[in-house]
Design a protein around this ligand. Structure first.
Ligand code: IPD
Ligand code: CA
Ligand code: CA
Length: 270
């Protein structure tokens, strides 16, 4: 299959690359700010907002009617009610803030409630993941395919750990214990969009997390599906965009990982 990029995805890629160049400069500033009294937190939150505005402006210029669902500016209605962009300007803000080069711009395009194009772009590593519904997923020019592993005891899992102010610590601890006892390892890299992209690329065998927002997962879900993977919520249902929970794996592992997490959840202390 030759790589197909729709005109809309071309526009999204151009916007992400432009915003990515600015993010690289901002990221360079962080190092200086780490040692200042005020610390870099305010700078990062304004970098977040600036990046998102730049993406919105770029996309609005070429697709003036489309709506938006964004992390920093919420819902922006457009006259065209059938299309909207879903944007996370920096997914992995805590990594960005701490000078860890693992964060991404995530943009998806939804048409009539269906995700049709998506990208996840790490400007530091220059890894650009794109997917077009029905046309596959790619990392730069390489076609992606989820891992083929079938046995749980050979898998590498990824997850997100709830933190200060987030619920679900007990449930997560029980799930992690179960995963630790049955797999070759569990990673917590800190950017859900990239976790999903890594599942699409076959680097991780599965990724699960609770407490996610549509902009964390919109593009990543399409990447995994177009790479031949399966994505459900943690009840095994289809509420993956707004339901807040997610499990992404290959088709062989999906039921066993789902059961592992479900059974673990039942044992959690509340
Ligand atoms: C966060 C990251 C992180 C996940 C959190 C998200 P942000 O997004 O995706 O991996 O564990 O739940 O909120 O705040 O860095 O855009
Ligand atoms: Ca995010
Ligand atoms: Ca963010």
């Amino acid at each position: 299959m030759t790589k197909y990029i729709s005109p809309a995805l071309t526009v999204m890629v151009a916007a992400a690359r432009k915003a990515g160049r600015k993010l690289i400069r901002d990221y360079g500033e962080i190092e200086n700010l780490q040692v200042s009294m005020k610390g870099p937190a305010d700078f990062v939150s304004s970098a977040d907002k600036r990046t998102e505005l730049m993406l919105i402006e770029e996309l609005q210029r070429v697709r003036p009617g489309y709506g938006f669902l964004t992390e920093e500016h919420g819902v922006i209605e457009g006259p065209d009610r059938t299309h909207r962009f879903i944007i996370d300007p920096i997914d992995g803000t805590t990594n960005f803030l701490h000078g860890i080069p693992h964060f991404a711009i995530s943009i998806a395009l939804e048409r009539e409630q269906q995700m049709v194009s998506g990208l996840v772009f790490n400007p530091i590593t220059d890894e650009l993941y794109v997917a077009e519904k029905g046309h596959g997923a790619y990392l730069n020019d390489k076609r992606l395919r989820v891992a083929a592993r079938k046995e749980l005891n050979k898998t590498l899992l990824a997850t997100g750990i709830p933190f200060l102010g987030r619920p679900g610590h007990e449930t997560f601890s029980a799930e992690l214990s179960a995963a630790m006892a049955t797999t070759t390892g569990v990673r917590r890299f800190g950017a859900a969009s990239l976790d999903l992209a890594y599942v699409a690329a076959g680097r991780f065998d599965a990724f699960w997390e609770r407490g996610l927002q549509p902009w964390d997962v919109a593009a990543g879900i399409l990447l995994v599906k177009e790479a031949g993977g399966v994505v459900t919520d943690l009840n095994g249902g289809t509420d993956t965009l707004t339901g807040g929970t997610i499990l992404a794996t290959n088709e062989h592992l999906h039921q066993s990982v789902l059961k592992l997490l479900k059974d673990a959840g039942k044992t959690a202390k509340h």
